[in-house]
Design a protein around this ligand. Structure first.
Ligand SMILES: Cc1cc2nc3c(=O)[nH]c(=O)nc-3n(C[C@H](O)[C@H](O)[C@H](O)COP(=O)(O)OP(=O)(O)OC[C@H]3O[C@@H](n4cnc5c(N)ncnc54)[C@H](O)[C@@H]3O)c2cc1C
Length: 262
């Protein structure tokens, strides 16, 4: 099996701050890590390789420091790492990101499976996985919490849905986005880290993608962040004791009426 993992480097923070003027994320001064859900995608790829043989290739689009994330993936045991980095790709929205990634994937040769995280902790759109599959014209499944069976034709996966779980069969080649319940990612070994330091990282530039400049980066991005609002959360909690339950319900009904909900 040849498995490609989409790997994004994200700021190590729970509180993403945006530049209100440009609508882009403020990344300065923040430590960067592999998007936590992508570690689960990586782990699943490595487990599938251990069971079925083959190779695992990771690709990441980002600034030059994304190399650190790819070296960490190499230390975990992947076979090859590709860094797609070019100023021409800067300012990409999810459409332009997915277009660049899918064009790069076409350059990597035949593959059976693409694994991605369900969403990135910074952009958090969850769009890149499904967009890449649409651009490559391959089937996809999202919120995958288990790969149940792998045959020569494809795989059976379980995915999380509102009411429980749903099994789906996907023929190869296909793309899955995974949730954190799928596995427990391994830690890189010391041997892996030493090997990763010496490993060759393959660089891809915008000119390798056979895209026009109007399809890349900010120019190739049909969406713009026009305004950022931070919701104000006020907690004017009123606490009732159990004996005042009826009063609590009456007050709740009044509030809902005032809000025109009922
Ligand atoms: C309207 C809009 C405008 C934007 N403008 C800018 C901008 O000007 N500058 C800027 O820096 N960012 C910008 N962004 C953010 C940028 O689009 C995202 O960082 C990027 O497209 C990934 O989207 P996401 O973080 O929502 O990923 P998600 O779709 O949530 O990620 C899902 C999965 O896709 C894969 N993935 C996502 N991104 C990558 C990647 N780069 N390489 C490899 N795998 C990946 C990972 O497996 C990840 O777990 C913009 C976003 C939007 C919505």
């Amino acid at each position: 099996m040849r498995i490609i993992v989409l790997l994004k480097q994200v700021p190590d923070t729970d509180e993403v701050k945006m530049d209100e003027k440009t609508g882009t994320m403020i990344r300065e001064g923040l430590q960067a890590i592999i998007n936590p859900l992508d570690l689960h995608a990586l782990e699943e790829a490595l487990r599938l390789k251990e069971k079925k043989g083959g190779e695992v290739v990771a690709i990441s689009m980002g600034p030059p420091q994304t190399e650190e994330a790819l070296r960490e993936a190499l230390a975990m045991g992947i076979d090859e790492a590709y860094l797609l980095s070019d100023r021409k790709l800067a300012g990409a929205d999810t459409w332009a990101t997915s277009k660049a990634l899918s064009k790069a994937i076409e350059k990597l040769g035949k593959f059976d499976l693409i694994l991605a995280g369900e969403k990135a902790t910074d952009g958090e759109t969850g769009q890149v996985g499904p967009e890449v599959s649409a651009m490559l014209d391959i089937p996809f499944s999202t919120y995958v919490n288990r790969v149940k069976e792998v045959t020569s034709e494809g795989l059976v996966v379980s995915r999380v849905v509102e009411e429980g779980y749903e099994d789906q069969f996907l023929p190869f080649p296909c793309l899955l986005t995974v949730v954190k319940d799928i596995n427990e990612p391994r830690m890189p070994t010391l041997r892996g880290k030493i090997k990763a330091r010496r490993a060759e990282l393959k660089l891809l530039k915008a000119d390798d993608l056979e895209l026009s400049e109007s399809e890349m980066g900010l120019k190739g991005s049909p969406t713009r962040v026009v305004k950022i609002n931070y919701p104000k959360i006020s907690r004017n909690a009123k606490i009732y004791s159990v004996k005042d339950l009826n009063k609590a319900l009456d007050d709740l009904v009044d509030i809902l009426k005032k809000m025109a909900v009922i």
